[in-house]
Design a protein around this ligand. Sequence first.
Ligand SMILES: *[C@@H]1O[C@H](CO)[C@@H](O)[C@H](O)[C@H]1NC(C)=O
Length: 246
Amino acid sequence: MVSIKSLFVAAMATAAYAAPTCQTNTPALPKTGGAKELEDPAANLVLKKIALGYGIQNYTCADDQAGTDAKAAGAVAVLYDVTNFYPGTSRTGIPQPIWDKLPETVLRFAPYPLNRQPGSTYGADPVTPFPKAKDVTLPAGGPTLIKFLGHHYFDASGTPMFDLNTIGLKASVVKKEAVDAPKNAYKGTLGTGAVAWLHLIDSGKGLSQGLSTVYRVITAGGVARACSVAGKGVQSVPYTTYYYFY
Ligand SMILES: *[C@@H]1O[C@H](CO)[C@@H](O)[C@H](O)[C@H]1NC(C)=O
C-alpha cells in the first residue's frame, strides 16, 4: 500500500521539478523590434526578480526657450514584484498581451505611488518621497494585486540605486546601453513618449548586494516635456516599466 506520506513526497518532488525556476537567465528579455537591441544578459547571470517600477523621471530646464534640452536629473519609483505573473509561469502566469500592457495599465489606472510635493501635480515630496510600503491594486482584467518589493532612487552622489528591501537585494548601477522604446509604446499620461530601454551594470562602488545587472524594458511614459512648455527648473514626469534584476 502506498502511504500518504510517500504520495506527498512524490508530489513535492514533481512540483519541485516542474516548478518554473529562475535558475537560468530565463524568462527571456523582451525585444524592442528596433534596428538595435540591448545586449542579452551574460549566460552565467541568474534572473532573481522582475519588478514593475512606477514613479517619476526628473528633468531640469536651464530656461524656457524652445530648443533648450531638458536634462535628465534622476528618478524616484516604487518597485512591485511581478515575477510570478510572467507568462507561462505555472498557476500564476498571466496571458502575454496582459503582461505586455501591464506597465501601461498601472500608469493609467493605479494611483500615484509617491508622496506628492505640496502644490505639484507630478512632483514627489523631496524629503520623504516614499509612503509606507503598500501593494498596488488594479481594476479587474489582469492581476488585481501586485506586491510591494522596494524602492528606486538616485543616491546622494547621483548614482541610481535599486533597493529591494523586502528581500535584501540591492543594485547600485551605471548605464551601459540604451535603445529607443518601440514606436507603439504607451506615451504616458502627458503624452510625451516612453523612455528608452536600458542595460545597467554594477557601479563598482561596493553598494550592490546580490545583484549585478538590471534591465529597464517595456517602458511607458517618462519622457520630458519641452522646456518651452514645462518652464525653467525641475519637472517630474510619471513613468512605469519592468526592471529585470540579475
Ligand atoms: C525628483 O523630483 C522630485 C520632485 O518632483 C523630488 O522630490 C525628488 O527628490 C527628485 N529626485 C531626484 C533624484 O532628482
